[in-house]
Design a protein around this ligand. Structure first.
Ligand SMILES: NC(=O)c1ccc[n+]([C@@H]2O[C@H](COP(=O)([O-])OP(=O)(O)OC[C@H]3O[C@@H](n4cnc5c(N)ncnc54)[C@H](OP(=O)(O)O)[C@@H]3O)[C@@H](O)[C@H]2O)c1
Length: 217
């Protein structure tokens, strides 16, 4: 799988596009601006500019890097059958509070899976600052290689995202199914930190009792 679609061409979308094209992926970048508005950026990144639907159709894997307020507006039909990599973070004061997330503490990526039942959601790239992605990407085996956590319910998709993470320069850390992905949401011990895969796995287990705590935004 070397066709990557990216919906959202801001900080995180562009950072992933940069390392993905360098790693040999064919990247289609889509956002509200559309092909004309994205042409210069996409040219610099070595990607093809488009609308969100183009990114969803062209990518075997589709990274979603839009504000959570836009999470329900993705091209549902084009995303059907695709692995949807959810890089978003839910920030209620920024994105608007969502009842299911506030009351039930549903993991945000499980909520996204509910919005797109015909896609296979994998959470990844949400806990790393955009500028660290090109800066910290390292070849496999490098002593200072960082870990990037992923969570998902479907083996085929989590395996594909593990391969992507590795090829982009990071060690994948599979933390389990989507309902466990609260462990890498904002406020978790592993969020916006610089850990190796082993350190990350240890931090994730420290999060064992965090689930019942109020989310600290
Ligand atoms: N910034 C980080 O370091 C970082 C790290 C990890 C995760 N995240 C998460 O990733 C998400 C994106 O963050 P960001 O910092 O990259 O944001 P950003 O720089 O503001 O970029 C957001 C992008 O989303 C696009 N967009 C907005 N609404 C859209 C819609 N309805 N359909 C399609 N595209 C839409 C925008 O398109 P236009 O440009 O065409 O308007 C823009 O390209 C957020 O959920 C954030 O929490 C961010």
């Amino acid at each position: 799988m070397t066709d990557l679609g990216i919906i959202g061409a801001g900080h995180i979308g562009a950072a992933v596009a940069r390392v993905a094209t360098a790693a040999g992926y064919t990247v289609t970048l889509g956002s509200r601006r559309g092909p004309d508005g994205l042409r210069a950026l996409a040219g610099e990144l070595g990607a093809t500019p488009g609308i969100p639907e183009d990114a969803a159709r062209e990518g075997e894997l589709v990274l979603v890097a839009v504000p959570f307020s836009a999470i329900a507006d993705l091209p549902r039909d084009a995303l059907a059958g695709k692995t949807l990599i959810d890089a978003t973070n839910y920030v209620p004061w920024r994105d608007g509070a969502i009842d299911a997330l506030e009351k039930d503490r549903t993991a945000t990526s499980a909520y996204v899976q509910g919005l797109y039942p015909d896609s296979r959601v994998v959470k990844a790239f949400n806990h790393i600052v955009w500028s660290d992605i090109p800066k910290d990407a390292r070849p496999a085996g490098a002593a200072d290689r960082r870990g990037i956590a992923i969570a998902g319910d479907r083996l085929e998709s989590t395996t594909a995202v593990e391969v992507l993470v590795d090829r982009l320069g990071f060690d994948p850390v599979n933390i389990g199914p989507l309902h466990q992905s609260w462990r890498i949401q904002i406020g978790s011990p592993g969020w916006i930190t610089n850990y190796s895969a082993d350190e990350f796995a240890a931090k994730i287990s420290e999060a064992e009792s965090w689930h019942s705590h109020p989310i600290n935004y």
